[in-house]
Ligand binder design. Sequence first.
Ligand SMILES: [Zn+2]
Length: 297
Amino acid sequence: MKMPFADFHSDTLTVMSEKGADLFENGLNFDAKFAQNLDEFLQVFAIFLPENLSEKEAKEYYQRNIDYFHNQLNRFSDKVILVKKREDLKKKGKIKILLSIENFSFAAEEEIKKVYEDGVRIASLTWNSDNAFAGGALGSGQISENGKKIIRKMEEIGITLDLSHLNPKSIDDALKIAKKPVLATHSSSLSIHKNPRNLSDESYLEIVRRGGVAGVNFHKDFIGPNFDATAVARHIEHYYKLDENGVVLGSDFDGADMPNDIRGLRDIGLIFSEIENLGIPIEKLYENAIQFLEKIL
Ligand SMILES: [Zn+2]
């Protein structure tokens, strides 16, 4: 079985930087050593900014994480590359990493330019609560005037908007404002399992119509009811049947409770077997990811 792998969300970088762990052999869900065995490998590393930080603290937190990442990248430059432009996708034989920000709470024109220079290519505006820009999945807010400005500025500079963690009203607002393709990096299907973090069929279809993708999240609370690889596969199948061109993976490695039978990346074969049994080619998920990245990079 050929196993090309592309995944749009993990919190591994934040955990690594907190623990002082290495990209290789770190005992985490994400395992760079195992990644080398897969046919293709691309992982988005999020810098997750906790909600309780002040603007100054958030900037410092971000800086610590980005410095940690660039250190790791230098150490393992023979095996790993940071994907910043389209041509980087073609480089063979290396682990490809993209950078995103989850909860870009300190976004402003200068900061957007700075994080772009650092290599960040995807960002979400909130986590689960409302903030100055938008309404989070557990909040009731909408996209503010300032939030609209930030979305436009991100598009202008080249950072793609991530809709995961927004509430439905904010997703609708964002889809009206955005002119370029957007994505939901780690959002499973609301039709398969009711949870405020999951994505409605309407939102999924609108994201895909605009050239975007949605990554199925492996988190137990989002996949129900049996919390296993089969449950994850059902979400993939649902998106695939709605529109086969929009479904990708958004595992949430090292930021979520994994399904009972999934310890992390090394068990990805279980999910791949399930979806193959459902008649979905594994390669299709990878192709969707690459075709999307070719549009936004
Ligand atoms: Zn998240």
